[in-house]
Design a protein around this ligand. Structure first.
Ligand SMILES: NC(=O)c1ccc[n+]([C@@H]2O[C@H](COP(=O)([O-])OP(=O)(O)OC[C@H]3O[C@@H](n4cnc5c(N)ncnc54)[C@H](O)[C@@H]3O)[C@@H](O)[C@H]2O)c1
Length: 383
């Protein structure tokens, strides 16, 4: 109870901000599905002004701005022309994965802070280039993992950090959907030329972040990975659009066995589609206790029920259910608000690239290993 009272107080501090009258100028790159959530939450911030939007598809940015109440935004045909013409404080990179790196690097090189949607990018090489551009620019970069702001996610990290579990030695994570290939707004998630990676990056990055963030993001060392695409390439998967099956050329399932620094093993699996409800809950095994994080049927970075801790006390097996915690504000709003505050006040990045670099290194390692058909080393260059 005392904890809840303190949390409410913390939230109040976040909500009450000193207004210096200056508006942070924001540009939106990519006016698709997720850009709507960015705009809706920037509009909740009185100290933010969305001044511009860009999209490669002619007419798309204009239609988007009208539909989302920012018809006053200046429109551009791509990220470069917008960044060159405007004096922006922040860009939200809401493009498909394949253009994450080029948009982010161009913005950083031109002195603009970047809120980059997840996954960070497609390859480890791109992630390294992004981190180098960030370092050189002195600007702020945060990666769009809104589950980080979820109170139950924070609890996972707190439990690990409390030492109650002892030394962590094994983690099983991932999850997935029985059928849930994301095509409601077209094919940008399922084509290599736009997405680059499928379920592995789209929802896999969340499940990796949940556990790696909890244990302090140890360096990944080696990985043996597998990917497949049995459902995405089957026309029956898309009753309305059987032609999508021919376009599908990313993964819809991935599994991997990853060795992390400190002798920790990470056992991972993720699915956009499978003949099962869930491939299992996330578990974190420690020398003193184990933690179970219930899976959901739609893995996108949420938790499917109360966390449970298993341990033995005085010879008796004991299970403790951790009460579910209420979120005081929307995670998406927190993602936007914390980033704006960090930019305005020179604070640390809410979701730093130095951590997500390891997330991307694992995804990259799984893709490489799956192609090679054997275990591969993960080598992360100096930034
Ligand atoms: N955080 C979340 O909950 C969440 C949810 C959905 C999607 N996403 C992520 O957001 C990203 C976008 O997803 P979406 O569903 O909005 O995709 P989308 O295909 O609907 O929209 C992407 C848009 O970006 C535009 N674009 C690409 N390169 C560009 C460039 N250089 N300049 C200007 N515009 C460019 C495309 O033309 C397209 O309109 C993906 O990386 C996805 O993983 C995050």
């Amino acid at each position: 109870m005392a904890d809840n009272i303190l949390d409410r107080f913390k939230e109040a501090v976040v909500e009450e901000r000193v207004d210096d009258g200056k508006k942070v100028k924001v540009g939106i790159i990519g006016t698709g599905w997720i850009a709507e959530a960015h705009v809706a939450n920037y509009l909740k911030c009185p100290d933010v002004e969305i001044v511009a939007a860009a999209d490669l598809i002619p007419g798309k940015a204009e239609k988007f701005c009208k539909a989302n109440g920012i018809e006053y935004a200046r429109l551009y045909p791509d990220h470069k022309s917008m960044i060159d013409a405007e004096e922006l404080d922040i860009v939200s990179v809401c493009t498909y994965n394949r253009t994450h790196a080029e948009c982010t690097i161009y913005a950083l090189e031109n002195g603009v802070n970047v809120l980059l949607e997840k996954p960070m990018c497609v390859t480890l090489e791109e992630a390294v280039e992004i981190c180098r551009a960030e370092k050189k620019s002195g600007k702020l970069l945060s990666i769009g993992f809104q589950p980080r702001f979820d109170e139950n996610m924070k609890m996972v990290k707190r439990i690990v950090e409390s030492g109650e579990l002892g030394d962590i030695y094994y983690i099983q994570t991932g999850g997935g959907r029985r059928r849930g290939i994301p095509t409601p707004y077209g094919t940008s998630f399922i084509e290599d030329k736009t997405a680059g990676i499928g379920a592995l990056a789209d929802i896999g990055c969340y499940s990796l972040d949940m556990v790696l963030n909890a244990i302090g993001y140890p360096k990944p060392l080696t990985v043996s990975g597998y990917t497949s695409r049995f459902f995405g390439t089957d026309p029956v998967t898309y009753p309305e659009h059987p032609e999508y099956a021919k376009l599908f050329n990313v993964d819809d399932f991935a599994a991997a066995f990853v060795r992390l620094e400190g002798g920790i093993i990470l056992d991972f699996r993720i699915a956009w589609a499978m003949n099962l409800d869930t491939p299992g809950d996330t578990i974190i095994l420690g020398t003193k206790a184990g933690l179970r994080i219930p899976s959901t049927e739609c893995w996108n970075g949420s938790i499917g029920g109360p966390l449970k801790i298993y341990r033995t006390i005085a010879g008796s097996d004991v299970e403790t259910e951790v009460p579910e915690r209420e979120n005081h504000c929307d995670n998406f709003y927190s993602k936007i608000r914390y980033f704006v505050d960090a930019v305005k006040n020179g604070l640390a990045s809410p979701v730093p690239s130095s951590q997500i670099l390891y997330n991307q290194a694992i995804i990259d390692g799984i893709s490489r290993s799956a192609k090679a058909g054997r275990e591969v080393e993960i080598e992360i260059p100096e930034i």
